[in-house]
Design a protein around this ligand. Structure first.
Ligand code: DGY
Length: 320
């Protein structure tokens, strides 16, 4: 059987690379950096499958440069980097990697929540600086997590996994989602459904878990920050543009909210530069799925999706 020709835009974990080398005729962008648009256009010209990252913008123009293309397999669960309608119009299958990064991303949301509320980064910096002079009753006092109220914007897999963690901290769990869960599931997860506008005023923590699409772009902005408690902390492990970053900066500067834990940004890798200087903000470089085993599992699913479609079989994780 002839091996499908696949273009991979950046090196993936070792096992994934091994499978690709074995089962595909692999064109691999070998430099360890994001490739340019013209490199992407050239790369897809003669391939059956494209295995790409969330940093690759795959639109109709890219697809038109790839007359043989059958599948765009994204090495991510989010697929806002791909013009799915354009793919469907051209008969190209789009796939993603759901499920395997759920716990890992929920762990990251929790790490940011804990770090921001308990001022872990500031403490680390103080100790490292050599300026720590010993225990003090009023030093680096943070926010209580146990028993606090957390609100989830969106209630998909990752939000549910984060909610499970919140329950272990005896928190009150509010959520808003486009579609309300069934009463039994709400009860099992210990969740209370609230109106979108009401959620922000009631919570000590707000954790963002919606996918990015036109409807969720800047879903959270000045109006939501204005209604939040002055000690409230915003956590975002979803996609940066869901939050209006300049409104967030304004809210933090004005003391409208107490802090933030951010794994994603509106224009990655750039961000509102003042955020870098704010002590009440914990910043991470989009690490939600960044564990060895999760990245291997994502690789395995992305490769299987890509190979299946190239061979004329069904992919398990189709998004169109
Ligand atoms: C995703 O998969 O969408 C994450 O943002 C990166 O793994």
């Amino acid at each position: 059987m002839t091996r499908p020709k696949i273009f991979l835009t950046r090196r993936l974990p070792p096992q994934t690379m091994e499978t690709l080398h074995e089962q595909a005729e692999l064109k691999h962008f070998d430099l360890d950096r994001d490739l340019s648009r013209s490199e992407l256009m050239r790369g897809v010209a003669d391939v059956d499958g494209l295995l790409c990252l969330l940093t690759d913008r795959v639109d109709g123009e890219v697809m038109d440069a790839a007359p043989q293309l059958k599948v765009v397999s994204n090495y991510a669960v989010g697929f806002n980097n791909i013009e799915v309608d354009a793919a469907s119009q051209r008969g190209i299958v789009v796939t993603n990697t759901p499920g395997v990064l759920t716990d890992c991303t929920a762990d990251m949301a929790w790490a940011l929540l804990m770090a921001a509320s308990r001022r872990v980064i500031e403490g680390d910096q103080l100790v490292r600086s050599g300026n720590w002079t010993g225990w003090e009753p009023l030093q680096l006092l943070g926010q209580e997590v146990t028993g606090a109220t957390i609100g989830f914007v969106g209630m998909g897999r990752i939000a549910k996994a984060t909610a499970k963690r919140a329950r272990a901290f005896d928190m009150r769990l509010l959520y808003w989602n486009r579609t309300r869960l069934a009463p039994l599931e709400e009860q099992q997860l210990g969740l209370e459904y609230v109106d979108f506008d009401k959620l922000f005023g009631e919570c000590d923590f707000v954790s963002v878990h919606v996918a990015l699409c036109n409807a969720t772009h800047h879903l959270i902005g000045a109006r939501q920050f204005e209604s939040m408690k002055p000690n409230a902390i915003l956590i975002n492990t979803a996609r940066g543009p869901v939050v209006d970053e300049s409104a967030l900066l304004w809210a933090l500067t004005q003391g409208q909210i107490g802090g933030a834990g951010l794994d994603v940004f509106e224009n990655e890798p750039d961000l509102e530069s003042e955020l870098r200087a704010m002590k009440n903000v914990v910043l991470a470089p989009h690490l939600g799925s960044a564990t060895i085993s999760t990245r291997e599992r994502m690789g395995s699913i992305a490769v299987q999706n890509c190979l299946a479609v190239c061979r004329g079989e069904n992919a398990t994780c189709r998004v169109n």
